[in-house]
Ligand binder design. Structure first.
Ligand code: MN
Length: 715
């Protein structure tokens, strides 16, 4: 049988009503139009549209989609025009082909074009989802035949597949295509890792198969005993997901549970939970590995129960449990719309409902006005965990969201990271802790030589986000000589203690607080950036705070008061139709513990809980009610005086109070003196809530322009 005959057979098998003559005619048109053209592999070009159509037939797609797939490269690459296709095959097919052609013309990877292309792609999707499905099938076949291309092209196409097409397949819930796209992309992007995993799976295959066979037999017998009908099978391997899990969980093969996995298909939802119970009684569940996507479907409508258990022989086993209908959606996503029909050819209304979320896309399209807004809305949705930023040359760099210019610099090159002194985003100088956004163009300003700053590792400053950059910074410091590290660490420690007003502390005692036997060891650790000054500062301040905090006031001797009847939320001015007033005897303010006294005809009087009148009048049975201030809980604060030395400049006080108020901290007093050497000393009292806050404020102030240092004044 020829490939064409196979396609026609397949189409007839799932829908006898499809006009296969029309499909065959489309194939002949494509064959003639592409005559003489060959693919990079040397095969006749028409093998590509035919294979694309075959992928869509595997999804049970409709006649128009299959025909459009056969013709998808015709208007672009041959002399046959779209008009001619329209005359021959009608408006519907012509529109699909046109949609695919437009998508194919887009070149991904350059700033403007990428945003624009994503937008067009999604506009097309919102108009006719079949265009996107044809495009995905087209990409899948190109990925299957990628080996014929040059290495650079392979990498470019594989990356694009991973960044754009696989997430798209995921968004549409087409797991089948997503899995294959991801595995193929990984094969070209990380060939060594890919074959390592592949070989492991192959080596382990016999073991795994007999293990899975054994597990299936056990479960099947048990289900039979319980009278549950279910289809149980092993599950195909998704190499990319194994790869990602190994990266994310830093686990080796043995601890990736879904290497041994079975799937259980049942008739209805209640049976899912029944089977789950049976699985958990048969084998011990592994804590933290249970997910209920039945009660809480994924955004792409995926539903299933996932659990991992200690299976036969003490080996981990992943079990997925779902109904057959859930399985259709899980494998085919939006394409299940064409695939899954009730007996009699009617579409299942529940299924229609599930793919309703597609309409949301159309709503987005109506809501957002500008192209960039539209793309941003979509990007945050599809590429949630990632940001995509551009180098000055327009290259796209993918990073974890939250990444900063320093992360970017280390991503480019370790040396660029080490010498990073500033950054421009979209042409403007920005602070180094700025979180990069998708679409930003980032340029790193570097010094000729030098290394990273230890501040970069201070977590409260938020200068570095990715583990990769942090590790590189630590490596830099580790490379330094021990002696240098010790001296530098000691200097830094003394400076920090001075800054925090703790200079009189015994250094060896401090070292012991952190489990070092003496200050030299601590200084070395600081020098190597194994411990941060910030960690030390916070701990010392906490220790000191505990020591100096006044002892809690003795509990007033309260006789047990009548039990409060209700807990009434309270806002100033009263709640609902309750009339409240503040008692004049104790004048409670928000933050005080309060109670209410119901007086006849005068509403509720609010007293402090420790008010003398409350204690004296506890006899008024049933008239006291508990009250609380709504949303006005006050935090404990303590006053801290700081001193800032700076070269005098206008706006200094303004900037300083800006930093303080940014932290939500109150400045209760401030004064400034100028000195003869053009420096100014600003003394300010801050109402600090916790030690972390103080450390962060001091650090931020020190980074203001012209500031020499900022420290806490002791005593
Ligand atoms: Mn194509």
């Amino acid at each position: 049988m020829t490939d064409l005959e196979l396609l026609l057979e397949l189409v007839k098998s799932y829908n006898p009503e499809i006009n296969t003559e029309r499909i065959e005619r489309a194939y002949r048109v494509a064959e003639r139009a592409h005559a003489g053209q060959v693919r990079a592999s040397g095969e006749p070009y028409v093998t590509h549209p035919l294979a694309t159509a075959r992928i869509l037939a595997d999804l049970y797609m409709d006649e128009e989609s299959i025909i459009a797939a056969l013709l998808h490269d015709v208007p672009e690459d041959t002399t046959v025009s779209l008009e001619e296709l329209k005359t021959e095959f009608g408006q519907d097919v012509a529109q699909l082909v046109d949609g695919v052609t437009k998508l194919s013309k887009l070149r991904y990877g350059k700033e403007q074009v990428e945003a624009e292309s994503l937008r067009k792609m999604f506009l097309a999707m919102a108009e006719d989802i079949r265009v996107v499905l044809i495009k995905l099938a087209d990409r899948l076949h190109n990925m299957r035949t990628l080996s014929a291309l040059r290495r650079e092209k392979q990498i470019k196409i594989a990356r694009e597949t991973l960044e754009i097409f696989a997430p798209l397949a995921n968004r549409l819930g087409i797991y089948n295509i997503r899995r294959e796209l991801e595995d193929l992309a990984l094969k070209y992007l990380e060939p060594e890792k890919f074959s390592e995993i592949e070989e492991f799976l192959a080596d382990d295959r016999d073991d795994r198969h007999s293990y899975i066979g054994q597990a299936i037999t056990l479960l099947r017998e048990k289900l039979l005993d319980e009278g549950v009908k279910a289809e149980i099978s092993g599950r195909p391997k998704h190499i990319y997901s194994i790869y990602k899990k190994m990266l994310a969980k830093r686990r080796d093969f043995e601890h990736i549970y879904d290497i041994r996995a079975i799937r259980c298909l049942v008739e209805d939802k209640s049976q899912c939970y029944l089977v789950l119970g049976i699985v958990h009684s048969l084998w011990t569940p592994i804590p933290g590995e249970f997910d209920d996507y039945v009660a809480k479907p994924k955004e792409n409508a995926y539903q299933s129960l996932h659990t991992a258990v200690i299976g036969p022989g003490g080996k981990a086993l992943e079990v997925q449990i779902r109904t057959k209908q859930m399985h259709q959606i899980a494998e085919y996503g939006v394409a299940a719309h064409w695939r899954y029909k009730e007996p009699g050819g009617k579409r299942d209304p529940r299924l229609e409902e599930k793919i309703n979320w597609l309409r949301q896309l159309q709503e987005w399209r109506a809501e957002v006005t500008t192209a960039s807004e539209f793309v941003n809305a979509l990007k945050t949705d599809i590429f949630k965990d990632q940001v995509y930023v551009f180098t000055p040359k327009g290259q796209i760099i993918e990073m974890a969201s939250g990444a900063t210019p320093i992360d970017f610099a280390y991503h480019i090159h370790t040396e660029v990271g080490n010498r990073c002194r500033g950054a421009k985003v979209n042409g403007k100088i920005v602070a180094l802790e700025t979180a990069l956004k998708t679409g930003d163009r980032v340029e790193i300003l570097t010094a000729k030589k030098g290394g990273p700053s230890r501040d970069w590792l201070n977590p409260t400053l938020g200068l570095v986000h990715t583990a990769r950059a942090k590790e590189k910074i630590r490596q830099y410091f580790r490379k330094q000589e021990r002696e240098v590290a010790r001296i530098e660490g000691r200097t830094l420690l003394e400076k920090e203690l001075h800054r925090l007003g703790l200079a009189q502390k015994n250094l060896d005692e401090i070292a012991k607080l952190f489990n070092f036997s003496n200050v030299d060891e601590l200084a070395e650790a600081i020098g190597y950036a194994d411990i941060s000054l910030q960690q030390i500062g916070v701990k010392l301040l906490e220790v000191e705070q505990n020591k100096t905090a006044p002892p809690p006031p003795p509990e007033p001797e309260l006789k047990p008061r009548p039990k409060p009847k209700t807990d009434v939320g309270l806002e100033i001015g009263g709640v609902g139709n309750l009339l409240t007033r503040v008692a004049q005897c104790c004048k409670p303010v928000p933050g005080d513990e309060i109670v209410g006294y119901i007086s006849h005809g005068r509403g509720i009087a609010i007293h402090r809980r420790d008010c003398k009148n409350v204690i004296d009048h506890e006899g008024g049975e049933g008239r006291w009610i508990a009250l609380s201030w709504k949303g006005m809980k006050q935090e404990q604060v303590y006053p801290v005086t700081i001193e800032v030395r700076a070269f005098d400049r206008s706006g200094l006080l303004h900037d300083l109070s800006g930093v303080v108020s940014e932290e939500g901290v109150n400045m209760s007093s401030v004064s400034s003196r100028s000195r003869r050497d053009h420096t100014a000393v600003v003394t300010a009292t801050l109402e600090i809530g916790n030690a972390n806050q103080l450390s962060r404020i001091l650090n931020k102030i020190e980074r203001l322009q012209n500031v020499l240092d900022a420290r806490r004044v002791s005593g």
